[in-house]
Design a binder for this molecule. Structure first.
Ligand SMILES: [Zn+2]
Ligand SMILES: [Zn+2]
Length: 246
């Protein structure tokens, strides 16, 4: 009804459209090109058949099982992420969850899953300061929209500790990892076993940068008894450097 009175416009080209991103602009966003590292989802050189782990991942301990991102960084993608984070989350999250749904369908281990009690969707939690200033967590809204599309239950087992720095933007990779480890933990109800999770969790965030945030969150999720798989899905992958295969 409200849509009929106030038609919506595409965030990028400003033409009237259904939703907040028109089909053309959505299709034009540059996707992560193949081949990719089968662990972190980074674009790598060479053939997909021989791609296993990129140089960045080969020395890292595994906490999530695999990560995939829908799009690489582009001017339009950055504009959408900025709007999602700071201004129009409730409008853009359902449109951007289409990208998460697309990468879900392109990932063989996820493509078979639908309406399954063995799978659930969770999200990277926001700090209290972020929630107070903006009133929402963009990762939660993306996760909610994705869970709805896939017919899965949304879980909120993680919390952001106030001791962690609020923004990781200016930190080096090593600093990000140490900071991330101190920043995320299980909520008490999950840590004490009063609440449980399905064995397979898809963890949603907006941007994958060094992976330290999703690694720290996955580590916490795997402390819940029975959790076997944590797959991380993000809308955008920061940095476009093609990783070397090891
Ligand atoms: Zn458009
Ligand atoms: Zn990798």
């Amino acid at each position: 009804m409200l849509r009929w009175i106030y038609p919506s416009y595409c965030e990028l080209c400003h033409r009237a459209c259904e939703g907040d991103l028109c089909e053309d602009c959505l299709a034009d966003l540059p996707r992560v090109p193949l081949p990719i590292c089968l662990y972190c989802g980074a674009p790598v050189a060479g053939e997909q058949e021989s791609a296993t782990r990129c140089s960045r991942c080969s020395g890292q301990t595994r906490s999530f099982d695999f990560a995939r991102s829908a799009c690489v960084m582009s001017e339009n993608m950055l504009r959408l992420i900025y709007q999602l984070k700071y201004h129009r989350c409730n409008y853009l999250a359902p449109s951007l969850s289409l990208l998460l749904d697309e990468v879900w369908q392109d990932t063989p281990r996820l493509a078979r899953v639908r309406d399954s009690a063995d799978w659930g969707v969770a999200f990277v939690p926001a700090g209290e300061r972020h929630l107070f200033a903006r009133g929402f967590n963009q990762a939660e809204e993306l996760a909610r929209a994705l869970a709805k599309r896939r017919g899965l239950k949304l879980y909120s087992p993680l919390r952001r500790l106030s001791s962690g720095a609020e923004s990781q933007t200016r930190l080096s990779a090593g600093e990000r990892w140490r900071n991330a480890l101190q920043s995320y933990a299980l909520k008490k109800t999950y840590a004490s076993g009063r609440r449980s999770l399905p064995p397979n969790i898809v963890l949603v965030d907006d941007v994958y940068t060094t992976g330290s945030t999703v690694r720290a969150c996955a580590r916490a999720l795997k402390q819940v008894p029975g959790v076997k798989t944590v797959a991380a899905l993000t809308v955008m992958r920061a940095g476009t450097r093609t990783e070397n295969i090891t």
